[in-house]
Structure formats: C-alpha cells, structure tokens
Design a protein around this ligand. Structure first.
Ligand code: C5P
Length: 235
C-alpha cells in the first residue's frame, strides 16, 4: 500500500473509463473509484477493473450510524477492494463498526481491505471549518485529533493533506497510512482544492500514498503525464 500513486477515476461512466484506460495497455494501476462513477455503474465496475489486475480504492466516504456503516462495509468487503474509507467525523463507534463490517464480509483466508478515515477534506479551509462546522481549534489540531481517533478505532490510516502527514506520523507511528489528495505540480490548476502540495513535498513529508485526479485524467496525454507523476513522486 505504501508509496502508491492512486489515480482518481472521476469520470461519469464506464465508456469514459475505457477511453481513459485504453492507452495504458496492460499496465497495472492503483485506481480510485469515487461516488460519481460508483453511483452510475455500481459494483460491476469494480469487478471489471479488478479483473484487469488493477488495485482499487473505493472512495465512498461512509458517514452514517454505526449499524448502517457496519452492514454497508460488510457488502463492500465482498467486492474485494484494496482500500475503502469513512469520515472520521462519524465517530469512534462508527469507525469500529466499519472495521467489524469489513472483517465480517471478508472471505476466510482473504485479507480485509485497508480502511482509512477522511479527517478534514482537502477542499476545506481553516475559516470554513471554524465558521461552518463550528470547530474552533486549528485545522491542524482537528486533523491530528481525527487521526488519533481513527487509530484508536482500529483503522489503518487517514486521508489528509500532505501538510499534515509528518505530524500524524509523529503522533501515530509511521505504519499508519497517510493517503493524500490535493497534490499538484507547480504548473497545475489548483481548482477547488485548498491544502495543496507538490509530489516532491509529499515524498519529503513521508506521505504513504498520493491521490492524483485531474492533473492526469484531464491531461492531453494521460500516459505521459502519469509517467511524469511517477517520476516526481518516487524521485
Ligand atoms: O482532481 P484532484 O487531484 O483534485 O482529485 C482528488 C480526488 O481525491 C478527488 O477524487 C476527490 O474526491 C478525492 N478526495 C479529496 N479530498 C479528500 C478525500 C478525497 O480531494 N479529503
């Protein structure tokens, strides 16, 4: 799981995915399927991508009462994804239920998917968090608090910005995964992301894995872009 570059497949449907993946030939990728695609195509898209040998991060960010999350995770475990997630704001009991559900849904002898928690979205700013969520501590403190809570609940890591990764590892140990979106090359558009960082910065900060979306998926030559990203990330 460490050192992966996960491509965010933020596309509307299967044919757009096929168009994007075809030029990659037989290259095995780590792909993130999010709400946009999953709500359109359903579980079959996961089966199809797994059959081609890709690793899958199913990014549905579950956030509901513990019992519902447990049952949902039991079902998601059967899809045999490599990585799934919840919102840490759902609380410790909900996160424990997520892991229980994953354990229950994982076939004997199989490894259960890694489960990580979103701390604060990388599109959230300090001001927005203070004013809209009424969380009065700093964004950094909120992220560190959620990371500690996620670890206590038995999760494998968190989704955070690259800026918070080193502090999280100092607090929770380097085994705890930090999976970081909001990664941009100097020349890229930032878009709706707020806490962005470059791949070099992420590497130096000890980030476990990065998630890259539009910089690759909207590039005129995605394969070339992917290779440039791999070089920048792995050094
Ligand atoms: O296009 P971009 O590189 O900004 O894509 C980032 C991806 O990571 C999107 O799919 C977004 O949903 C996801 N994500 C995020 N921030 C989080 C969790 C997931 O941007 N905290």
């Amino acid at each position: 799981m460490d050192n992966s570059l996960i491509i965010a497949l933020d596309f509307a449907n299967k044919s757009e995915i096929e168009r994007f993946l075809t030029p990659f030939d037989d290259r095995k990728l780590f792909l993130k399927v999010g709400m946009e695609l999953f709500y359109q195509e359903g579980p079959s898209i996961i089966h199809q991508l797994k059959e081609k040998g890709h690793q899958i991060f199913l990014d549905l960010k579950l956030h509901d009462i513990p019992n519902t999350v447990k049952s949902a995770m039991k079902g998601l475990a059967r899809l045999e994804c490599d990585l799934v997630n919840v919102h840490a704001a759902g609380g410790k009991e909900m996160m424990e239920a997520a892991v229980e559900g994953l354990d229950a849904g994982t076939a004997a002898g199989q490894k259960r998917p890694y489960c990580i928690a979103v701390t604060q979205l990388t599109s959230t700013s300090q001001e927005q968090m203070n004013k809209e969520q009424l969380i009065s501590v700093s964004l950094n403190e909120s992220v560190l608090h959620y990371a500690a809570l996620s670890k206590d609940a038995g999760l494998d890591g968190v989704v955070c910005s690259a800026w918070e990764s080193a502090a999280i590892h100092a607090q929770t140990g380097s085994e705890f995964l930090t999976v970081c979106p909001g990664i941009r090359m100097e020349s890229d558009q930032v878009g709706d992301q707020k806490r962005v960082a470059t791949p070099q910065f992420a590497r130096d900060a000890g980030v476990s894995s990065i998630v890259v979306g539009r910089s690759i998926t909207r590039s005129t030559d995605p394969v070339k872009s992917y290779k440039q990203w791999i070089n920048a990330w792995r050094g």
